[in-house]
Design a protein around this ligand. Structure first.
Ligand code: A2P
Length: 284
């Protein structure tokens, strides 16, 4: 029998019990896509239910410089994995001098993060009226909710066609999305659950603005000129049949929102579903 050493004041002082992190989840995988972009997976709280496209608050403990106490530092992060996945996935940028992301980029498998299990968001199927064609418009890390929704069976049950556009500055910033979409073709589970060849409903339109790639330009300009519709071989946007979700930087969201309104689409919400929804890719 192993003798237990009684915890005396002296031993307790030299080895204080590690304070439990509130709402802790364990990181299981980290991938770096560029020097600033990374994705990671972590365990999922058993109690967490969410709809594909929603976000949660995640973060790390940090020492408050004034009080010296440990405090959670949290930011809103869209869940990039679908609602059925037993783990959670996130896709992040490292913002220069960003208080959370500059620390988060160093996480490794086995580390703990804080995850508040209260999902919210408007990029959900419930906020859209039924339609035939679903457009996902993303810039940068705004791809995250679509990484979830592209792996969500309801996306293909509800729509005949799914068009995803992704505009980034440089080609390497497209890799996370491109690999994910390519992976759908050979994903045995999804092909079995959603239906063999479900991925044929997807039309993917990646563009870059500051580095040479097969398609250059902002999606807004490419739509205005009609080039995007010609390249995709599809009809321009029609409020009767088209539904859309927007997630990118603020200027992009506003410009595209105005364009969709010109096409005759109206903005929906969870409580009032309509033709399109928009959400900012959170960065700071
Ligand atoms: P650009 O390089 O022409 O600014 P960011 O990294 O700044 O968040 O931008 C991500 C992508 O979104 C970039 O390719 C950027 O193009 C593009 N973008 C920025 N503003 C708009 C906008 N108003 N409409 C369309 N695309 C935009």
């Amino acid at each position: 029998m192993t003798e237990m050493t009684p915890v005396t004041e002296a031993t307790a002082a030299t080895a204080p019990a590690k304070k439990a992190v509130p709402d802790a989840q364990t990181v299981t995988e980290v991938r770096h896509w560029t020097d600033r972009l990374f994705s990671f997976r972590c365990t999922r709280p058993a109690s967490l239910r969410f709809r594909s496209g929603e976000f949660v608050m995640i973060g790390l403990m940090q020492t408050d410089p004034k009080s010296g106490k440990e405090k959670p530092l949290l930011r809103a992060y869209t869940i990039a994995s679908p609602a059925w996945d037993e783990e959670l996935e996130f896709y992040s940028i490292q913002v220069p001098d960003g208080p959370l992301t500059s620390k988060l980029q160093h996480i490794k498998p086995g580390d703990e993060i804080i995850l508040r299990p209260k999902p919210v968001g408007t990029l959900v199927h419930d906020a859209l009226l039924p339609g035939k064609r679903l457009w996902f418009f993303a810039t940068g890390t705004g791809f995250a909710p679509f990484a979830s929704l592209l792996r969500e069976p309801q996306t293909y049950e509800d729509y005949d066609e799914v068009i995803i556009t992704h505009t980034c500055r440089e080609a390497a910033e497209l890799h996370y999305g491109a690999e994910l979409i390519e992976g759908l073709k050979t994903d045995e589970l999804l092909n079995e659950v959603i239906g063999e060849g479900f991925w044929k409903k997807i039309k993917y339109y990646p563009t870059t603005t500051r580095e040479e790639s097969p398609k250059m330009g902002r999606i807004t300009d490419l739509m205005r000129s009609g080039e995007a519709f010609r390249d995709l071989g599809v009809e321009p946007i029609n409020p009767e049949t088209d539904r859309a979700m927007i997630c990118g930087n603020l200027a992009f969201n506003l410009e595209l929102k105005a364009m969709l309104e010109e096409y005759g689409l109206e903005e929906g919400a969870n409580s009032d579903p309509k033709q399109y929804v928009v959400e900012k890719a959170f960065l700071d």
